[in-house]
Design a protein around this ligand. Structure first.
Ligand SMILES: *Cc1c(COP(=O)(O)O)cnc(C)c1O
Length: 366
């Protein structure tokens, strides 16, 4: 049995016709950039997240970039974030001319540890960017309190966490702005690149709307320099057709995760820790395991896909050498990079597939 890390063909088959119809509608209308489907998706995502505003953007990366640009975070500013995340989080901080400042992670959740943030705050700090990694929200309350006390903006990198909750409230609704990715491997995936920024702030909403279109208002008059961060109407139509199924798909991921976690009890494998205040959407099921690279090869030889998210923490990336960090600066992020392994958890996995993955992992340690 071949089990890839991610295979969404069965999921697509279940919604094939409505997605095709929605795409053909867009093609027939020939409104291909922004337009009514994008507006409709923005309303739907804002409502889903319990916030008043959402702005469709071309990707999660562009959403983060547009957010930092809209908050006028630039040269001279410092932005605190996690070193254990996808590259875009820190890449966008650097691209606006600000300095990424890393704080270590909580070893249980892999998310930014609030207790490490305070020591990183300087007179230049402008914002904190918690990342809701693998579909579970960071410990947002203390982060929000600390940020408020120091006058910092919170930008939630919620790329992996649409639908995740903290004390019942949705990811993206806590910060000044929250950013989602609709990259196909995220829980709500487009047929290509797409993203969304959500906010409660009407002024920031206005600014984001202009920012994604070269700061233009009215046509050919530019208030400030923005970019082309627009969302394609075809992507919006695909996402609108999929959104009503998102919660059921995330529930399927949670069921698959619960099965693994039960099977791994008492084994050498450490299953993901679920913070009791958090509702996770399990974008990835990530275990900590001894002899990780050997386990990965063992699984691969038996047709089972897995992935290391992420093998090199950002403070040790070549492009961030100028920041002056060294190995040992963030021991938990470094240890996580050496020990984590993501297993297949996508909706549509059969009980036989789940059983095959779990028993192959356990077989390795026997
Ligand atoms: C996927 C992801 C992004 C970037 O989103 P794209 O849509 O791929 O540009 C940013 N941050 C995190 C944590 C992600 O997982």
């Amino acid at each position: 049995m071949k089990i890839p890390l991610l295979d969404l063909r069965a999921q697509f088959a279940s919604i094939r016709q409505p997605v095709i119809d929605a795409v053909i509608d867009v093609l027939d209308s020939q409104v291909c950039i922004n337009g009514p489907r994008v507006t409709e998706l923005e309303r739907a995502v804002a409502e889903y997240c319990g916030v008043p505003y959402a702005v469709g953007v071309s990707s999660g990366t562009d959403g983060l970039l547009a957010a930092f640009m809209s908050l006028e975070i630039g040269p001279g500013a410092e932005v605190i974030t996690s070193p254990f995340t996808f590259f875009a989080t820190a890449g966008c901080i650097q691209r606006v001319g600000a300095r990424p400042v890393f704080a270590d992670i909580d070893p249980r959740t892999f998310n930014l540890d609030p207790s490490g943030i305070r020591a990183c705050i300087s007179p230049h700090t402008r914002a904190v960017v918690p990342v809701h990694l693998f579909g579970q929200m960071a410990d947002i309350d203390p982060i929000r309190l600390l940020a408020a006390r120091h006058g910092l903006d919170v930008v939630e990198d919620a790329a992996q966490a649409i639908g995740a909750t903290y004390e019942g409230h949705k990811a993206g609704s806590f910060g000044k702005v929250g950013v989602f990715s609709f990259f196909p491997s995220k829980n709500l995936g487009a047929a290509g690149d797409a993203g969304m920024a959500v906010t409660r702030d009407p002024a920031l909403h206005q600014r984001l709307m202009l920012m994604r279109n070269h700061g233009m208002e009215p046509k050919y008059f530019h208030k400030f320099v923005g970019g082309n961060f627009r969302l394609d109407a075809i992507q919006a139509a695909v996402l609108l057709a999929k959104l009503p199924h998102l919660d059921a798909w995330s529930e399927a991921r949670r069921r698959n995760a619960a099965y693994y976690t039960e099977r791994f009890a008492g084994s050498a494998v450490t299953p993901p820790f679920i913070d009791p205040r958090c509702g996770t959407v399990v974008n990835q099921y990530v275990i900590r395991c001894p002899r990780r690279d050997e386990l990965r090869r063992f699984l691969e030889d038996r047709g089972i896909g897995s992935e290391i998210y992420y093998p090199v923490p950002l403070h040790l990336q070549e492009c961030f050498r100028y920041l002056g960090y060294k190995r040992g600066d963030f021991p938990e992020a470094e240890r996580a990079a050496d020990e984590v392994l993501a297993l297949p958890v996508y909706p549509g996995m059969t009980p036989e597939m789940l059983e095959a993955v779990a028993s192959t992992v356990l077989e390795f340690y026997d």
